[in-house]
Ligand binder design. Structure first.
Ligand code: DUC
Ligand code: ZN
Ligand code: ZN
Length: 469
C-alpha cells in the first residue's frame, strides 16, 4: 500500500487555515491530524514553514490542438509537466468536433493524444457543427463519457463561430444532462470587418490585433449569450473575460439569480496595453484573444474577483512559439507581415499559481483562502470534479502542493518545462514558489526535480456541473 505523510504544514483550503499532518494512502487523503504516527513504509515529507494547498485545477488549456492552420506547441507530455511544475495537478483541456463529424469522434481523437498526460485531465467539447446528430451525441458525451461541458465561439467566422440558433440548441441539450456551456464571447462578424479593413489599409503590425477587437464587442456578445442562456435555462461560463462591459452583464445577471459564471486569466490582471508598443515583431507574443485591455478594465476585473462576479482564474494556455524553430505551424512568425495570421494564444500553465500569489495574495488583493478558491476549489465545483479534486479533505484525491510563500525567484522561459520559447512574465521577480507537488499521493515535483511519468495522468469522467454564487 503506497503511503505518504506530509508533516507540519500550514493547510490552506478555500475555507480553512491550520497546521496539521496529512496521511495519504492509495492516492487519497486518509487522515488529517496533529502528530500522526506512521510505520517505516511511509514516505515522509516535512512541510514546516510551507503552505499546503490543494493542487491547482486549470479548466482552460489547449494542448496539442489544431487551431485553423496552426497547432499549439505543447504536447500532453510537455504541457502537463509544465503544469505540474506550476502547481497544477488537474486540467480540463479542449477536445473539438470537426465539421461534418460527430463530437464522439472528437473525443476519441482527443483521448488518443491525451493518454500521455502526466497529471489528471478532463475534456470540454468544442461544438462547431450543431446538427441533430451532434446534439444527440452530446447526451452520450454527458452520460457515458464524463464530458459535461461544451464550448461555443461567437468569434472566428468560418472557423469556429456558431450562430445564435446553434447556441440555443446546444444550451438546451446541455441543460438536459447537467452540462455547462462555456463561451468565447466576442462579436466575430464585426471584428472580421475591422480586421479586414485594417489589413487593407496597411495596418499590419501585431498591435492592430488589439485595436480591431474593441471591448464593446465582448460586452455585446456576453450580453446576448446571457439572454440565450436564460431562455435555455442552462448554466453558462464565460472563458477569458477581459472587458468591463462583459463583466457588467455577468454581474447584472448574477444579481438576478441567473447561473452565469466567468473566469479571467493572469495576463488580463497583470499586463497592460503597452505590451503592444514593443519594438519590431515582439508584440506578437501578446497576441491572444481577447487582447490585453486598458488599465480601467484591469481594475474592474480585480473588483470582480473580490465580489465573486468572477469565480475562476485559469490560464487559456494556448502556446505558439515566437521563433519558428519547431516549424511555422506552431509559430507566431506566420503573421510576420499580417497580424491577422498570427496564431492567437499565449502560454501560462507554469506561472499561474506563483504569478497570482505574488500579485494577488502578497499585494493583499486576495486572501489566501480566496486564492485557493479561485485556483482550485471553484473550478472543481463548477466542472463536476469536487470534492475528489479541489480541496484537502479526508477521501479527496491527495493532489497537494507545498508552496514556499517566501522564496524569491525570477521567471525565465528558458528554465520552463513547456516547449514554448517565451513567457508573458519574462524577468518578473516573484515571491512565492512551488516546492513539491503530489499527484494522488505520489511526489511528482521535488524542487527542480521531475519525478512524474508520461501516462500517469488519469482521465477524469466528470459529474454534473455546479453553480456558484
Ligand atoms: N480562445 C481561446 O479560448 N483559446 C485560444 C484562442 C481563443 O481565441
Ligand atoms: Zn477564446
Ligand atoms: Zn482558450
Amino acid at each position: 500500500m503506497a503511503a505518504t505523510l506530509i508533516k507540519n504544514g500550514r493547510i490552506v483550503t478555500a475555507v480553512d487555515d491550520y497546521i496539521a499532518d496529512i496521511l495519504a494512502e492509495d492516492g487519497r487523503i486518509r487522515t488529517i491530524g496533529r502528530d500522526l504516527q506512521v510505520g517505516a513504509h511511509v514516505e515522509i515529507h516535512d512541510a514546516s514553514g510551507l503552505l499546503v494547498m490543494p493542487g491547482g485545477v486549470d479548466v482552460h488549456t489547449h494542448l496539442d490542438w489544431e487551431f485553423g492552420v496552426s497547432k499549439t506547441v505543447d504536447s500532453f507530455v510537455s504541457g502537463t509537466t509544465a503544469a505540474a511544475f506550476g502547481g497544477t495537478t488537474t486540467l480540463i483541456d479542449f477536445a473539438n468536433q470537426t465539421r461534418g463529424q460527430s463530437p464522439l469522434a472528437g473525443i476519441e481523437d482527443w483521448h488518443g493524444r491525451a493518454k500521455t498526460a502526466c497529471i489528471d485531465v478532463g475534456a470540454h467539447m468544442i461544438m462547431l457543427d450543431v446538427t441533430d446528430q451532434a446534439l444527440a451525441d452530446m447526451k452520450i458525451l454527458m452520460a457515458r463519457e464524463g464530458v459535461t461541458s461544451f464550448k461555443l465561439f461567437t468569434a472566428y467566422p468560418g472557423v469556429l463561430q456558431v450562430d445564435d440558433g446553434a447556441i440555443f440548441k446546444t444550451m438546451r441539450m446541455a441543460g438536459t444532462g447537467g452540462g455547462m456551456v462555456c463561451v468565447h464571447a466576442e462579436n466575430g462578424g464585426v471584428i472580421d470587418v475591422l480586421v479586414k479593413e485594417a489589413v487593407a489599409a496597411g495596418r499590419t503590425g501585431p498591435k492592430y490585433h488589439a485595436l480591431t477587437r474593441p471591448t464593446i464587442m465582448e460586452g455585446e456578445a456576453t450580453h446576448r449569450v446571457i439572454c440565450i442562456a436564460e431562455l435555455a435555462e442552462v448554466p453558462v461560463y464565460f472563458v477569458h473575460l477581459s472587458a468591463q462591459e462583459a463583466l457588467k452583464s455577468v454581474s447584472e445577471a448574477r444579481d438576478r439569480g441567473i447561473p452565469v459564471h466567468a473566469e479571467t486569466c493572469p495576463h488580463y490582471l497583470f499586463l497592460g496595453p503597452e505590451e503592444y508598443d514593443r519594438p519590431g515583431f515582439e508584440s506578437a507574443k501578446y497576441v491572444m484573444t481577447p487582447p490585453i485591455r486598458g488599465r480601467e478594465h484591469q481594475q474592474a476585473l480585480w473588483r470582480g474577483l473580490k465580489n465573486s462576479d468572477l469565480q475562476v482564474i485559469s490560464t487559456d494556455h494556448c502556446p505558439f512559439c515566437f521563433s519558428d524553430k519547431f516549424g511555422l505551424k506552431v509559430s507566431k512568425q506566420q503573421g510576420k507581415d499580417d497580424f491577422s495570421k498570427i496564431p492567437n494564444g499565449a502560454p501560462g500553465l507554469e506561472t499561474r499559481l506563483p504569478v497570482v500569489f505574488d500579485g494577488g495574495v502578497r499585494k493583499q488583493k486576495l486572501s489566501l483562502n480566496r486564492f485557493v478558491d479561485l485556483m482550485s476549489t471553484t473550478p472543481a465545483k463548477l466542472f463536476g470534479l469536487f470534492p475528489k479534486k479541489g480541496t484537502i479533505a479526508v477521501g479527496s484525491d491527495a493532489d497537494i502542493v507545498l508552496f514556499d510563500p517566501e522564496e524569491k525567484w525570477t521567471v525565465r522561459a528558458a528554465e520552463h518545462h513547456s516547449r514554448i520559447d517565451y513567457s508573458l512574465f519574462e524577468g518578473r521577480e516573484l515571491t512565492g514558489r512551488v516546492r513539491k507537488v503530489f499527484l494522488r499521493g505520489q511526489c511528482i515535483v521535488d524542487g527542480q526535480k521531475w519525478l512524474g511519468r508520461e501516462g500517469m495522468g488519469q482521465f477524469q469522467k466528470r459529474g454534473a456541473s455546479g453553480t456558484v454564487f
